[in-house]
Design a protein around this ligand. Structure first.
Ligand SMILES: Cc1cc2nc3c(=O)[nH]c(=O)nc-3n(C[C@H](O)[C@H](O)[C@H](O)COP(=O)(O)O)c2cc1C
Length: 451
């Protein structure tokens, strides 16, 4: 792997609609097959053929019920509902691939760290070290109500809990079992040397976990850690914990500023900020020629469902767009939901006066990320320019049609990037972390490794 190598993840969801509302209606789209194991195995094989790092699963709890103050539009238009659990797909996808990784989104707000640590250790074992944990703190009010809280936890309190949550996980993954704890000594009748398995005795404000971890060390111990926090607090959390970041911003300037800012925060906190990997969201539309790509773009545009898009964005931003007139400007707002989703438009592209109509149009394909349309050469040029001008490590591909967006990319753009020497020809490592950053375990300067 060289610094020239551009990395790719497929950004998807175990649901009909993810971040492009309405294109399930495009002829040939197979989003409805999300309930089939065959579909996901096909996606895994395709992503591995393209030498992707991972299939990256977003996930939410709750329903997008901000728009119009009810859930009807979200349900009618399949906005991230129905959605099945992503984690349970991983064994099936791993069984038909050898090197592809799997990033799974889990919320620190609604699960317990002891349970989550066990789930990821199990996945890391059975995939031979190919999993990543995308750490999120969640944003939908309806999730809180379903999961036993009276109301959504306040934005920064969610991050306080997340910091503690990760401390518990780190202790379980890194400190509880020594490397040589399992001895399988038949003569002595000892499977494990009990002296090498340690309690963690964690006592905090949110959690009290004595340990030890219930799993023996997995190939990566701690899964690769992804994060996408974009608020002030979220960036600090990311700089402290993440190895790879997902950034979804509309302009190169905004992505570059995010990359530099989080690298700097990480370095200030005692880590080597230059080692963090950044993935920018991008929605590619590619055809054998520019004309074919443009024709696809027109079809996809026609199939964007504006009301569904505003329902999706309403959940991201905690803003009921149904109360605003189409030409009404959308100001920068402080929100209890995803602060970065609002900033992505109003703050980072301030040269535009964003109206409700503009927001819906811009976000119709791929939400707050840019759409890149063209021939394989043109798309490759754009990706190279984005990489060079922003400092990102690679891209999370946002799907418009499924699995067509991925298939087109793997069949048309990857060969072009290969010819330019910009993507790997073979996976070089055994684990996801090795393929991404060239090492099997967390770096020594990561807080999980420091006392
Ligand atoms: C690009 C991006 C992708 C995200 N994906 C998810 C997701 O799949 N599930 C989820 O619950 N939250 C997701 N989030 C939410 C965040 O990870 C975070 O928990 C939330 O945005 C609040 O933090 P912030 O205000 O710092 O952004 C995403 C946020 C961003 C910016």
């Amino acid at each position: 792997m060289t610094s020239e190598t551009i990395h790719f993840n497929l950004f998807t969801m175990n649901a009909v609609e993810h971040v492009t509302a309405g294109n399930w209606r495009t002829p040939g789209d197979q989003s409805h097959r999300y309930t089939d194991m065959d579909y996901w195995q096909e996606v895994a094989r395709l992503a591995e053929r393209g030498k992707f790092d991972a299939v990256f699963f977003a996930d939410v709890r709750g329903i997008y019920d901000v728009h119009g103050g009810n859930r009807d539009t979200a349900i009618e238009k399949a906005i991230q509902t129905p959605a099945n659990d992503p984690e349970l797909l991983i064994p099936a996808m791993a069984s038909v691939t050898d090197d592809l990784g799997f990033a799974v989104t889990r919320s620190t707000t609604y699960v317990h760290p002891y349970q989550l640590a066990r789930e990821f250790s199990t996945l890391d074992h059975i995939t031979d070290g190919r999993v990543a944990f995308n750490i999120v703190t969640s944003y939908l009010e309806s999730a809180a109500e379903n999961l036993g809280l009276d109301e959504r936890m306040e934005h920064d309190t969610r991050y306080d809990r997340a910091e503690e949550f990760m401390q518990v996980c780190y202790r379980l993954w890194e400190d509880s079992w020594e490397d040589d704890a399992v001895i399988r000594d038949v003569d002595a009748g000892k499977y494990t040397d009990a002296e090498k398995v340690h309690a963690i005795d964690y006592e905090g404000e949110h959690f009290s976990v004595p340990g030890p971890h219930s799993c023996e060390p997995s190939p990566q111990r701690t899964p690769v850690l992804y994060q996408a926090g974009s608020s002030e607090r979220g960036r600090n959390f990311a700089a402290n914990n993440a190895e790879a970041l997902f950034v979804s911003q509309p302009t190169k300037e905004a992505v570059k500023s995010y990359v530099e800012d989080v690298r700097e925060r990480a370095t200030e906190g005692g880590r080597n900020g230059d080692e963090l990997a950044f993935f920018a969201g991008i929605a590619p539309i590619v055809g054998e020629t520019e004309a074919v790509a443009k024709a696809k773009y027109e079809t996809y545009r026609e199939n964007v469902d504006t009301e569904a898009t505003l329902t999706l964005l309403g959940g991201f931003m905690d803003l009921d767009f149904s109360e605003l007139a189409p030409d009404q400007p959308v100001e920068h707002i402080e929100t209890e939901a995803i602060q970065g989703a609002v900033n992505a438009l109003t703050k980072h592209a301030p040269e535009r006066d964003w109206t409700v109509r503009d927001v819906a149009e811009f976000c119709g394909l791929g939400s707050t990320s840019p759409v890149v349309v063209g021939s394989p050469e043109q798309v490759a040029d754009e990706l190279e320019a984005w990489r060079d001008e922003t400092g990102v490590t690679g891209f999370n591909l946002k799907e418009i049609v499924r699995p067509g967006t991925l298939r087109d990319f793997v069949d048309l753009v990857v060969p072009e990037l290969e010819e330019r020497g910009l993507v790997r020809e073979e996976y070089e490592g055994e684990t996801l972390r090795e393929n991404l950053v060239g090492r099997r375990y967390l770096a020594d300067d990561h807080p999980a490794k420091r006392d």
